[in-house]
Design a protein around this ligand. Structure first.
Ligand SMILES: Cc1cc2nc3c(=O)[nH]c(=O)nc-3n(C[C@H](O)[C@H](O)[C@H](O)COP(=O)(O)OP(=O)(O)OC[C@H]3O[C@@H](n4cnc5c(N)ncnc54)[C@H](O)[C@@H]3O)c2cc1C
Length: 215
């Protein structure tokens, strides 16, 4: 991510919302649980949602060896990975100026299959720990068949942009006096209370790490 961003990643529409530094891009990638991977499949564009995790300057994805997405990535096709965090609904005085507050990131690159067993295991661990810190040590870890039938691909984060909108609506001067409510409706993703699997053996309780405790 150079000081002057290359044309491919330069945010042209509202350039003031563009960011190219690792800190901003990584923070958005780390907070988002789901990414969307865009690539060409038999000449047609496909965009598929999937789980991701960032480790240093690598973005890791995983899936069944039969997954078309993972197969294509393993072949090294060019991909575009995006993530979006929605922060608010921006209601303006005019319908034209309605907007959304968001943080989004776009990463371009060529993926590769992770074949080194240790890197693959660490990537799987990072994916699980991203979903629920503390889970990897607690749950049964992958056996040889599960490990073999899971494909892990990676993408070096070399070419990436972030776009961030925040704050109130931006209305035209002549609309400012209109008797129309304007403002922001904040949007948050909130974890709910754990719902136990009905098949749990008696006595298995919610572990502290799921409740956000360290005891
Ligand atoms: C939740 C959400 C809702 C949106 N809704 C709309 C909408 O309704 N209408 C609309 O026109 N736009 C919307 N946008 C903005 C949209 O993502 C584009 O930025 C915008 O449409 C400009 O497209 P462009 O092709 O002209 O981008 P350009 O600025 O020409 O894109 C050039 C490069 O800038 C970077 N870039 C562009 N957009 C983003 C982004 N969002 N995040 C990170 N990097 C980016 C990419 O690297 C891209 O290759 C929304 C964005 C988000 C996150």
């Amino acid at each position: 991510m150079a000081a002057k961003p290359p044309a491919q990643i330069r945010v042209r529409r509202h350039p003031e919302r563009g960011h190219y530094d690792h800190e901003t891009v990584y923070a958005i990638l780390d907070e988002a649980t789901v990414c969307h991977v865009g690539f060409l499949r038999e000449g047609m564009p496909v965009v598929l949602p999937t789980l991701h995790v960032r480790v240093d300057d690598r973005l890791y994805l995983h899936g069944a060896v039969a997954s078309g997405l993972l197969k294509s990535m393993a072949k090294g096709v060019p991909v575009c990975v995006t993530v979006t965090e929605l922060d608010g609904l921006v209601l303006a005085r005019s319908v034209y100026n309605h907007s959304l507050n968001y943080r989004s990131a776009v990463v371009f690159g060529q993926a590769y299959e992770v074949t080194d067993a240790e890197e693959k295991l660490q990537a799987l661990r990072a994916l699980v720990e991203k979903v629920q810190p503390g889970r990897w040590q607690d749950a049964r870890q992958p056996n040889a068949v599960e490990f073999r039938t899971t494909r892990v691909t990676a993408l070096r984060i070399e070419s990436a942009s972030a776009k961030v909108r925040s704050g109130p609506p931006v209305d035209d001067a002549e609309d400012m006096g209109l008797p129309v409510w304007a403002g922001v409706i904040p949007i948050q993703t909130v974890r709910g209370a754990p719902e136990a699997d009905p098949g749990l053996p008696a006595g298995v309780t919610v572990p502290p790490y799921i409740l956000g405790r360290t005891d």
